[in-house]
Ligand binder design. Structure first.
Ligand SMILES: [Zn+2]
Length: 336
């Protein structure tokens, strides 16, 4: 049995025929009241003629909304007659989390983006991750997994890629990020990348990007507009749609990185976070990042936290309350 044949997920959609159609990925989920129960994950294919295959996914984390809505709009408005190749769209890939509006799975508590390459005999999220890795990625030339800051964080809208050794691959993913044309393209040198979909795509040689497009648990109109323009730009870049990518009012995407942990500010204790600067501000090392208030000791002054590096305030904590160890600010700097 090969790795692809061992998945219990069934695709109720024809991935290959021309035209536009919606279908389902049917994932088994045994419950107390339904031993043979399944969860149906929406999928859309838009195909015509010959050309590359692009896979767009959102709802990897259920509380990140810009990608989900941009992909619904793309699925509804993309005319197969204008397409040369194939576009596969999973607007709510980790469907149980997307429907619940939660980052983690309400079924097994898993972070779907820490489940790759998955396991066909594992929990729901692991079975689904294995299917995406072994069935969907091998069909694709390029892939983009649309994330936002979710409930906990808010980011300056950005495409996100990894710094990897293969220079040719790196060039192709940067070209796709330039086409996506978010205000920032953030290249991460080191994250907990191994179990993510982005890393799974990289392992398979599929040109891939992730993104961080807003957050704070809401749907940002500005970030949604950037995402909608970005996904069409990526299709133009790949030659699936005619024409050249269109540059937005913010101009070319600014290439930045978060080189090390000195660029993070972590809460040293539980408390209420009062940020000193708005998202996107220029900040200096040693400047006040914000104050951490402790309700347990009313007369104790708030703890002042400072930035460890200069750059652009790329990410901030969204909810007021934070716990010890939470990042409350992340600073990005321009790529050398
Ligand atoms: Zn995410």
């Amino acid at each position: 049995m090969n790795e692809a044949a061992s998945s219990p997920v069934r695709a109720e959609i024809d991935w290959w025929a021309s035209g536009k159609r919606a279908g389902r990925l049917r994932v088994p989920l045994s419950r107390n009241d339904s031993g043979w129960g399944t969860v149906a994950i929406p999928a859309v294919v838009i195909a015509n003629g010959t050309g590359p295959t692009m896979l767009f996914t959102a709802g990897n984390h259920g509380d990140e909304y810009e990608g989900q809505v941009a992909l619904l709009r793309l699925a509804q408005t993309l005319d197969p007659a204008q397409v040369a190749g194939r576009v596969i769209i999973l607007p709510a890939m980790h469907f149980p989390a997307a429907r619940a509006g939660t980052r983690l799975s309400p079924l097994d508590g898993k972070d779907f983006n820490r489940c790759f390459p998955g396991n066909p005999r594992g929990s729901f999220a692991e079975v689904l991750a294995h299917y995406v890795d072994t069935h969907l990625l091998p069909m694709c030339d390029a892939q983009m997994d649309l994330h936002s800051g979710g409930t906990g964080m808010e980011m300056v809208p950005s495409a996100v890629g990894h710094v990897i050794d293969d220079a040719g691959y790196m060039e192709r993913s940067l070209a796709m990020a330039d086409a996506f044309n978010a205000p920032i393209t953030l290249l991460l040198e080191e994250v907990n990348a191994g179990p993510t979909l982005l890393a799974a795509a990289e392992r398979r040689g599929v040109v891939a990007l992730s993104s961080e497009l807003g957050g704070a648990g809401r749907l940002s109109r500005e970030a949604l507009a950037i995402t909608e323009a970005g996904v069409r730009n990526v299709l133009r870049h790949l030659g699936i749609l005619e024409g050249k990518p269109v540059t937005g009012a913010h101009g070319r995407s600014r290439r930045m990185t978060v080189p090390d942990l000195a660029h993070y500010v972590f809460a040293p204790a539980d408390g209420i976070w009062e940020a000193a600067d708005p998202l996107g501000a220029s900040v200096r090392a040693g400047a006040v990042a914000g104050r951490l208030h402790a309700i347990e000791e009313p007369l104790r002054p708030a703890e002042v936290l400072t930035y460890g590096a200069e750059g652009l305030l790329w990410c901030t904590r969204a909810p007021g309350r934070c716990r010890e160890g939470d990042p409350v600010a992340v600073v990005a700097r321009d790529m050398p």
